[in-house]
Design a protein around this ligand. Structure first.
Ligand code: SAH
Length: 275
């Protein structure tokens, strides 16, 4: 499939200790039954690293089973993507051991990485098949962007905080996600040069649906967006030939969308009827 060419390669755990000559000696030593290869070479493969990456992989599989599949996430592509993306690589190092817990986590600057279930539910709601171009507003850690990158052709992600945008851009590149572009700035007006989008995923909550985002949805496009103040409605907005439909999915709590979204709104009349 065409999108595979630009999609991220599966992520292999990086090996920090590359001592090929010594490693070969260690192998031979082990084969000879000496059993003390690590001591002889002084450069054993770091078993702590290997154990940690195996522990993370196990925790991730458990998260997919217990937090996602058991709670009704059905899209096999979403479950696969969630089973692949190394969430622990996108949270602050001191919180890595909590990366696969059923909760959001702080990522600095008062912002959070969403709970895995919410990331999966939002990814499932926009029903990606593999060829789409997707806009995300609120890059944060880059985790949702990475999950989307596994599911579609191209991701455009905007983050208000330059420091977070720079970090996410670097992390996504390090993890091999070549099909994500991260820009810093206010996402309230979307990314007009790259529009229209087949899907839009908004991960900071405005108190109304930003009209520019609706305009940047392709016909047939889906937008998932939390709307409200303290407690928000997660809305699925679909743009059809006939107009705009919206559907309430669940109550959620995201950080507020800042910037232009906070300005007083004269009218948010683009929404059409709820169904
Ligand atoms: N999707 C993120 C979670 C993001 S939290 C992840 O997977 O980690 C919401 C993010 O939206 C925060 O990083 C916040 O800085 C950002 N944000 C808030 N208002 C914004 C705006 N107007 N435009 C772009 N980003 C915004």
């Amino acid at each position: 499939m065409a999108y595979c060419a630009v999609r991220a390669a599966p992520i292999a755990p990086r090996r920090r200790h590359a001592c090929p000559g010594r490693a070969r000696f260690a192998q031979i030593a082990a084969l000879l039954g000496l059993g003390v290869a690590g001591l002889i070479t002084g450069c054993s493969v770091n078993s702590t690293d290997r154990d940690a990456s195996r522990d993370f992989a196990e925790a991730r599989q458990r998260m997919v089973r217990e937090q996602l599949a058991a709670r009704g996430i059905r899209d096999a592509r979403v479950l696969d993507a969630m089973a692949r993306v190394p969430r622990h690589e996108l949270v602050p190092e001191s919180l890595r051991s909590l990366a696969y817990e059923d909760r959001p986590l702080p990522i600095g600057l008062g912002q959070t990485i969403s709970q895995p279930y919410i990331v999966a539910a939002m990814s499932e709601a926009v029903a990606l098949q593999g060829e789409e171009r997707v806009l995300e507003v609120g890059t944060g850690s880059g985790y949702q962007a990475a999950v989307l990158a596994e599911l579609c052709r191209e991701v455009f992600s905007i983050e208000l905080e330059k420091e977070l945008a720079d970090r996410a851009r670097a992390d996504l590149a390090r993890l091999g996600y070549a099909n994500v572009q991260v820009r810093d700035g206010d996402g309230y007006r979307g990314w007009p040069e790259a529009a229209p989008f087949d899907a839009i995923v908004v991960t900071a909550a405005p108190d109304h649906v930003p009209p520019a985002l609706v305009e940047q949805l392709a016909i047939g496009g889906r937008m998932i967006i939390p709307v409200g103040r303290a407690l928000q409605d997660l809305l699925l907005i679909t743009r059809t030939e006939a107009g705009i439909q919206r559907q309430h999915l669940m109550g959620v709590r995201f950080v507020p969308m800042r910037g232009e979204a906070e300005d007083p709104q004269p009218d948010a009349g683009l929404l059409g009827d709820e169904n």
